[in-house]
Design a protein around this ligand. Structure first.
Ligand SMILES: *Cc1c(COP(=O)(O)O)cnc(C)c1O
Length: 363
């Protein structure tokens, strides 16, 4: 298979990956580094895997500028497990935290945390539209709250905190869908987490970055897999780690470093978003973005056409032209173009040309 057979993949997750990374994986799949086997057949205690694992940890730390007083954990269960595992680890019996309900994912995080601890909803969109992020002043921080939980980017609604708010209380942020596409302010955080499959690699891996002094025992008795401390003390190898996902993510992190690091990806994200929103805004209202301008996501760009039939044809004709996974989430409809780190800016240019042609033909 040559690269010319590849589509422009606007999938909301799992994401498109750099071709150079996929080619390396292909080249190493029968014989990793002279071991005579692939990395997924190797022992996770072997030197070959150990190097892959430790390099991925180090490269993540370097890319995200993670300070030494934070531990980086590679866990299974996706970001979804973190909805429960975060309160299990950060809240002692009787403690509380505020959860900001900004849409599908914020609501899920709140729902699962409620099953673990006595947490509260710190904000929800009063008119139920979930088309904007709240200001810091709108978020309720109760006395005694141990953290405020945010979703930096709502993947389905297509909104993001352009600037994360900060409070006297630390933040815990689900960054699944804009992970390592923007700088992270570690001073305001106790914990950041995300599934790898939106921006960093294949599914099967979540990355949790947690302030080490929050790992101290707090009275809850946790099964060892659920206890962050047991992963931290074993470099996330207390059981068999998701080796293939870590191996591929490690290659993506290397690629990101070689391409200029986090700031280069921040620039690319802004460029992709400005091209796409530009096309929407310059269409005389034919394409319409339903979210508040100040909260527009740079990763998941949602828009509507004048009617549902046109949207259906748009998705079908785009797919014929090699642009796939543009259908909006079933809960909101419309079109969603997910433009993650590894999506070339050229894919966005191709989409925008298609949008102009489609409008001329149907407008
Ligand atoms: C996709 C997503 C999740 C769920 O991730 P899984 O790894 O599938 O559990 C959680 N939060 C956000 C913001 C997401 O985009």
């Amino acid at each position: 298979m040559t690269t010319s057979t590849r589509v422009h993949n606007f999938c909301a997750g799992p994401c498109t990956l750099p071709v150079s990374v996929l080619e390396e994986v292909r080249d190493e799949i029968l014989d990793f580094d002279g071991t005579g086997m692939s990395i997924i057949e190797a022992s996770h205690r072997a030197a070959a895997y150990d190097a892959v694992h430790m390099n991925a940890l180090a490269d993540f730390r370097s890319l995200a500028a993670v300070p030494d007083d934070f531990a980086i954990l590679f866990l299974q269960g996706g970001a979804s497990l973190q909805f429960a595992q975060v309160p299990m680890n950060l809240l002692a019996e009787g403690e509380t935290a505020g959860y900001v309900n900004t849409g599908t994912w914020g609501k899920k995080a709140l729902g699962d945390a409620k099953k673990i601890a006595d947490v509260y909803e710190a904000w929800t969109d009063p008119d139920g539209a979930f088309d904007r992020m709240p200001t810091a002043g709108e978020i309720e921080v109760r006395d005694g709250a141990r953290y405020v939980h945010l979703t930096s980017n709502e993947t389905i609604g297509g909104i993001r905190f352009t600037d994360l708010p900060s409070f006297d209380v630390p933040l815990v942020t689900d960054m699944s869908s804009d992970f390592l596409s923007r700088a992270i302010d570690w001073d305001t955080h106790d914990l950041v987490y995300g599934g790898a499959q939106k921006n960093l690699g294949p599914a099967g891996l979540a990355v949790v970055v947690v302030r080490r002094d929050r790992l101290s025992p707090h009275g809850r008795s946790l099964a060892s897999y659920l206890d962050y401390a047991s992963h931290e003390s074993n470099d996330s190898m207390s059981n068999t780690p998701p080796m293939f996902a870590i191996y591929v993510m490690g290659k993506v992190l290397r690629w990101m470093l070689a391409e200029g690091g986090l700031s280069a990806f921040e620039t690319r994200a802004a460029e992709r978003a400005s091209i796409l929103y530009g096309a929407i805004d310059n269409s005389d209202g034919w394409y319409r973005c339903p979210v508040d301008e100040a909260s527009r996501s740079q990763m998941n760009i949602v828009f509507h056409l004048p009617d549902k039939d046109l949207e259906k044809r748009f998705v079908a004709e785009a797919a014929e032209a090699g642009m796939v996974n543009l259908k909006g989430h079933r809960s909101v409809g419309g079109i969603r173009a997910s433009v993650y780190n590894a999506l070339p800016v050229d894919s966005v240019r191709t989409l925008v040309e298609f949008m102009d042609d489609f409008r001329s033909a149907n407008g």
